[in-house]
Design a protein around this ligand. Structure first.
Ligand SMILES: Nc1ncnc2c1ncn2[C@@H]1O[C@H](COP(=O)(O)OP(=O)(O)OP(=O)(O)O)[C@@H](O)[C@H]1O
Length: 255
């Protein structure tokens, strides 16, 4: 009898993507994939091309060449449909001045076609986790930076998409907020959901990312687990920080 091994589902695939904001490309021949149930760190110096790569994945920029697939389908053909499979948390919170926190959650429900009862049930635990239950009928534009970031996180996590894309998730969060977010990400991974996150906080990333994609000057220079990166750099017991510095030529301005 032949036993077929489960093939891990491919959630996102970038195939030789070159692109940018004008005719001059900013990212060059970027290739990587994210499988079901993976937390992947997108790492690079300021200006390396992480946000530009993310904008292409979100369909906000069109590649000059190459192809981006979500769940096996090119996003150029199914742009809106592709978006229903992911939520994006930007580095700086984007909130609506005239909406309360509850209304932000309701608006997310409408955008993703989730009924209000389901979304409020999902929101309940997240509001507790991020200590925002008492603020439900207040206007987030009056919240602190970290609280605004938590609103963005709640709106992304209530959707329970196949893929979360998080730009600098820890910026502005207090230590309890960071720990809560990490626990949430790990829980989502165990539910077979995937996370692509760009970060400069390598010591935290090293604790729970399954794999790293390292971008330097718009090009992918490494893609692998911490052990793969150690092997590539010859730093047997190296930390993510040290292998990263070696890969990028020992540049000292990791921010
Ligand atoms: N809106 C824009 N128009 C034109 N060029 C841009 C724009 N945004 C970024 N760039 C350029 O694209 C390149 C890559 O920038 P990008 O924002 O992708 O870097 P990043 O890796 O996300 O950096 P950081 O860690 O600072 O957020 C940089 O040279 C930057 O100047």
């Amino acid at each position: 009898m032949i036993i077929l091994k489960d093939v891990e589902a491919m959630i996102l695939e970038l195939k030789d993507v070159t692109g940018g904001y004008s005719k001059t490309p900013v990212i060059h021949n970027i290739d990587f994939n994210i499988k079901e149930g993976e937390i992947v760190g997108l790492i690079g110096l300021n200006g390396a091309g992480k946000s530009t790569t993310i904008k292409h994945i979100l369909g906000l920029l069109q590649p000059h060449s190459g192809r981006i697939e979500v769940l096996g389908k090119s996003i150029t053909n199914i742009k809106d449909q592709a978006r229903t499979h992911m939520t994006y948390i930007p580095e700086s919170p984007i909130l609506y001045e005239e909406l309360t926190l509850r209304e932000h959650i309701h608006m997310t429900a409408m955008a993703y076609g989730i009924d209000e009862q389901t979304i409020m049930k999902r929101a309940d635990g997240l509001l507790d986790l991020f200590r925002l239950k008492k603020e439900l009928d207040k206007f987030p534009t009056h919240f602190s930076k970290g609280m605004k970031q938590k609103v963005m996180l709640i709106c992304a996590f209530v959707v329970q998409p196949e893929l979360y894309i998080i730009d600098e998730p820890f910026l502005g969060l207090d230590p309890i907020g960071i720990e809560s977010l990490i626990n949430l990400m790990v829980e989502e991974r165990s539910n077979n959901r995937s996370i692509l996150m760009s970060t400069h906080i390598l010591s935290t990333a090293e604790r729970y990312c399954d794999r790293y994609i390292i971008i330097h000057d718009g090009r992918k220079i490494a893609d692998g687990t911490i052990d793969d990166l150690r092997e590539q750099t010859g730093l047997k017991n190296g930390t993510l920080d040290s292998v990263y510095l070696k890969l990028t030529g020992g540049d000292s301005h990791v921010s």
